[in-house]
Ligand binder design. Structure first.
Ligand SMILES: Cc1ncc(COP(=O)(O)O)c(C=O)c1O
Length: 397
């Protein structure tokens, strides 16, 4: 059994804050401070450029990737770190399309995060081969899979509502007609159990600044199934994905397996911070995380519905088809969220009207859930959200 009081002690949450936004940006893992100081002072400061060899910087993208692999049901050597999630989406999709040269359709859904759709639109324009991005309702994805489909590009858990797709089912349907599947695990990795190998995923990508607590802008990951890893051509053929980066050849030759998905120089300081953040996952069983996350989410839904009648549940009621976040709708959702943040309850808002709350058992328990609902009840019953300062929008909502 996972000891959640031990994991909780590994995070810094400022006094007076109830943090239900780990689905957007995980909090600071205490160990990250010392690790960042070490990599800056001892490694960069002391070793200078020697650090690429002496401090193992060059192999960090694979080593950290292996630690994430354990959390997403991926074998060792199938995950590598680098760049941002948008870039990894582009890479995975470009490789997949090239593996299905006679097909022109990409299927996604309108619950997908916009950057995934934007990256697909940009890639289609660059390829100029008449690909079509078919964006359907989440419930219609399965029916949209036919022989014309080159690739399915799906975010497993909807960023707005937390609705969860059935990964194994969609992969089975796609493979039956010869289509490939790319999964965006931004809201899955560290949130719910994922079994990429078991489900037969072809490609998967994800960020590490949410449930994996790697810090703002932490590097993303990409997974390529073993059967494709030596065949997929990386569209972004950077020198770090070359078979021999330091041969400085004029021509590109892809590296072995997942190594070819590296692009440029890895962000060593950010990788060190992420590596420290992943220490908190040692001894953590994703099945325990899921069980606790469902308990906390159910308690939250029950209490909010009983005490905050102005809020309407936007997430699926059935926990089996919900990720690790719960959203409620309110016509003045932005102002309500600002009014909740003022006394210390941090969640976030997604246009047009969703208030999102993330449940992260590593550092959140029942006490925080009940404390959060008390603040919500107070703010909503007194309508204290209806003040001019809560309606003013910042650059980031
Ligand atoms: C599903 C999904 N994909 C992509 C992104 C963003 O990608 P990037 O890390 O490149 O900003 C997010 C950000 O929240 C996301 O939720």
């Amino acid at each position: 059994m996972t000891d959640f009081s031990a994991t909780r002690a590994k995070f810094h949450i400022p006094d007076g804050i109830i943090y239900l936004d780990g689905n957007s940006l995980g909090p600071l893992p205490i160990a990250a401070k010392a690790r960042a100081a070490k990599v800056i002072e001892e490694e960069w400061g002391g070793e200078l450029i020697k650090g690429w060899n002496t401090a193992g910087w060059m192999v960090q993208p694979r080593k950290v990737g292996d630690r994430i692999a354990r959390l997403i049901g991926a074998p060792e050597g199938s995950v590598v770190m680098g760049d941002t999630l948008s870039i990894k989406v582009y890479q995975a999709l470009a490789s997949a399309l090239e593996m299905r040269p006679d097909r022109r359709v990409i299927v996604s859904d309108n619950g997908n995060f916009p950057t995934d759709l934007y990256m697909a639109q940009g890639l289609i324009a660059s390829l100029g081969r008449g690909h079509e991005l078919k964006v359907v309702d989440p419930e219609a994805v399965e029916a949209a899979i036919d022989e014309s489909v080159a690739a399915l590009m799906i975010t497993e858990v909807d960023y707005r509502t937390g609705r969860k797709h059935d990964m194994a089912k969609l992969i089975a349907k796609a493979h039956a007609v010869g289509a490939l599947v790319i999964w965006d695990l931004a809201h899955s990795a560290g949130a719910i159990p994922v079994d990429l190998k078991g489900a037969g995923a072809d490609f998967a990508v994800g960020c590490t600044y949410k449930y994996l607590n790697g810090g703002p802008g932490a590097p993303a990951f990409i997974y390529v199934a073993a059967e494709h890893a030596d065949a997929a051509r990386p569209a972004l053929s950077g020198w770090m994905g070359h078979e021999a980066p330091f041969a400085f050849d004029q021509d590109y030759r892809p590296g072995n397996g997942i190594e070819r998905m590296r692009v440029g120089t890895p962000p060593i300081i950010a990788l060190a911070v992420l590596d420290a953040a992943l220490d908190a996952w040692e001894g953590v069983d994703m099945a325990d995380v899921r069980r606790k996350s469902i308990e906390l989410s159910e308690l939250f839904i029950r209490e909010v519905e009983a005490r905050c009648p102005d809020l309407v549940l936007a997430s699926p009621r059935d926990s089996a088809v919900r990720g690790s976040q719960v959203s409620f709708r309110h016509p003045q959702g932005y102002a309500v969220m600002q009014a909740l943040i003022a006394p210390g309850l941090i969640g976030d808002f997604r246009a047009p009207d969703a208030l999102r709350f993330g449940f992260t058992p590593l550092y959140i328990g029942e006490e925080e859930v009940l404390g959060a609902v008390s603040i919500m009840e107070d703010v909503l019953s007194k309508r204290s959200w209806d003040k001019p300062e809560y309606h003013r929008r910042g650059l980031v909502t």
